[in-house]
Design a protein around this ligand. Structure first.
Ligand code: IMP
Ligand code: MG
Length: 192
C-alpha cells in the first residue's frame, strides 16, 4: 500500500460467506413472497438504521405491491460490545402505524434482544399485524425467542460485515457478506 487512495475495503476480508449474486437472488425471492402475501394490505416496512439500509433498498425494489417505508434507529448496546437488552430509541417512527400491517426489516438477528424490545414497542402502537423479515439469522447466541416469518439466510456464529453490516462503522459498503481478517480486530473479534 502506498497511500490512502490505493487501499480497498476488500483487502481486509478473509472470507466471503454470501456473494453479491447469492444475496441478490435470495432478496428477490423474499420480495416475491412478500408481494404475494401482502397483496391488498398496504404494508409499511419498518427498518432499523443503519445496518438494514442496503437490505431494505434491495428488498423494497423487489416488492411490487403498494407500500410505505419508515425508519427507526436504536442503540442496542451499553458501554461494552455485548448485547444488554438495554435499548435506546435514537430515532422514532415518523408516521402512525395504528391499524397498519407492519413488516420489520432487519439486517441480522443475533441474541434477539434488540428486536424483542422493538417488537414490544411496536405492538403498543396498535398495528393490524407485525411480521419479521430478516436477512441473516444467527441462532447460536439467541437469548430472546423471536418468530421470524421471512429469513434470508441462517449463518454460523461468526462476526460478519458487509451489505450494510459494520465493524466499528466500517465495511457497510461491501457488496457481499464476509468475515474480516483477525488482524483487523485489534484486541479480538467483537461479541455481537
Ligand atoms: P441482537 O440484539 O444481539 O440481536 O443484535 C442485533 C444487532 O447487533 C444487529 O442489528 C447488528 O447491528 C448487531 N450485530 C449482531 N451480530 C452482528 C454481526 O455479526 N456483524 C455485525 N453486526 C452484528
Ligand atoms: Mg452494528
Amino acid at each position: 500500500m502506498t497511500g490512502l487512495g490505493t487501499r480497498s475495503v476488500h483487502d481486509d476480508v478473509e472470507e466471503i460467506l454470501l456473494s453479491h449474486e447469492q444475496l441478490q437472488a435470495r432478496v428477490a425471492e423474499l420480495g416475491r413472497q412478500l408481494s404475494a402475501d401482502f397483496d391488498g394490505r398496504d404494508p409499511v416496512l419498518v427498518s432499523v438504521l443503519k445496518g438494514s439500509i442496503v437490505f431494505l433498498a434491495d428488498l423494497m425494489r423487489s416488492i411490487d405491491v403498494p407500500l410505505s417505508v419508515d425508519l427507526m434507529e436504536v442503540s442496542s448496546y451499553g458501554a461494552g460490545t455485548e448485547s444488554s437488552g438495554q435499548v435506546r430509541i435514537i430515532k422514532d417512527l415518523s408516521s402512525s402505524i395504528e391499524g397498519r400491517h407492519v413488516i420489520v426489516v432487519e439486517d441480522i438477528i443475533d441474541t434477539g434482544l434488540t428486536l424483542n424490545y422493538l417488537l414490544r414497542y411496536l405492538h403498543d402502537k396498535s398495528p393490524a399485524s407485525i411480521t419479521v423479515c430478516c436477512l441473516l439469522d444467527k441462532p447460536a447466541r439467541r437469548l430472546a425467542e423471536i418468530e421470524i416469518a421471512y429469513r434470508g439466510f441462517t449463518i454460523p456464529d461468526r462476526f460478519v460485515v458487509g451489505y450494510g453490516l459494520d465493524f466499528d462503522e466500517r465495511f457497510r459498503n461491501l457488496p457481499y457478506v464476509g468475515v474480516l481478517r483477525p488482524a483487523v480486530y485489534a484486541g479480538g473479534p467483537p461479541e455481537g
